[in-house]
Ligand binder design. Sequence first.
Ligand code: NIG
Ligand code: FE
Length: 422
Amino acid sequence: MSHALAVINCSQLVTLAGARRPRVGGELRSLAVIEDGAILVREGHIEATGRRREIERFITAECEVIDAGKRVVMPGFVDAHTHPVFAGIRANEFEQRASGATYREIAARGGGIRFTVRATRASSLGDLVKASKRYAEWFLRNGTTTIEAKSGYGLSVEDELKILRAIRQLNDETPLHYVPTFLGAHDMPSEYKSRRQTYVNLVINEMLPRVAEEKLAEYCDVFCEVDVFTTDESWQILSAARCHGLGLRVHADQLSLSGGAKLAAELNAATADHLEQTDATGIAALKAAGVQPVLLPGSVYALSSNRYPAAREMIAAGLAVVLATDFNPGSSPTPSMPMILSLACTQMKMTPAEAISASTINAAYSLGRGDEIGSLEKGKRADFVIHDCEDYRELAYFFGVEHANRVYVDGRSAFSRDATGQ
Ligand code: NIG
Ligand code: FE
């Protein structure tokens, strides 16, 4: 029997309908909001959006009707940069940083990413899936319906494959949609410290062919940074990944202006992520190459830095800006896209509308899914959220609040606050 669903009585139906490409410049402010809107869903896809009285004409007897109660309804957030599969947590390092230690100092003494690598290597696939299901629930209850998910806490052939298989299993066993990215070059494993090229060769000659053969990832990423991977090493890995048909993403210019943005431009990567230190030359290079910047203010905040990426300059330059959480156990332990919207508006002076475009439609395009998700338009997947507010600007304005009241993925309920008794 066909499954049909109508959502009526939306104070604002934030559709983000528009041209079939990422939003740039002034377009980021146009959310195509329908006041007193409604939406019709059939077989997990959007059939129509419009004013309530237009949509009500199509409601038939078998159609499930949901009253949004004059709340905002919008597409699920698309979080285009996360590290959601790891074992253990780093609350002790968080405490050390609160007492003055820096992220780099902790990393230099074997903590940081390496701490998580040791714990993740010691975990079974089943334990990793179990730990990560908790985070999947957090993403959903914050209104996120698709995440990009990186490996990178294994750093050996079998452990990287284990993480990517965990991501595949999570995609099958949770309502959240995962887009997998191979990040074998997240850090130099300590056992290869004096044999760097040997590790780069391992990534290129053993990990990438297995990842590609088993179709475990759509993208390849590298942490290009002083003391991590040089631009030359990053270039070798990313070029090899491209030969295997993977799209490219780059951790670029996070802690130092180390050439990551320029490298992403040279390689025509899909995205360059972080960009806290990127200058005008880097911005111009991204623009010329059509690379989307993925800005991660959660990591700037959690590392107690005040150096946020230059979002206004990037928007002025015509870049199709994306916002993401960078959810990970070290530099950005938040799954909350509304928290990121708050930081984008208060610290980077983006408007709430720009921030919403950056975390839905633009994020979808950065993952090669602009035709499937990121807006509420006929034919797209019915991934949408009823938020507990009347005006979309409240999502960025009230911070530290879980706004999502009900979350739907593929037209089916994936989270309901009422069901949890709240
Ligand atoms: O995106 N920059 C590198 N990777 C992560 C941090 C991962 C960690 O600390 O575990 C990031 O910030
Ligand atoms: Fe990251």
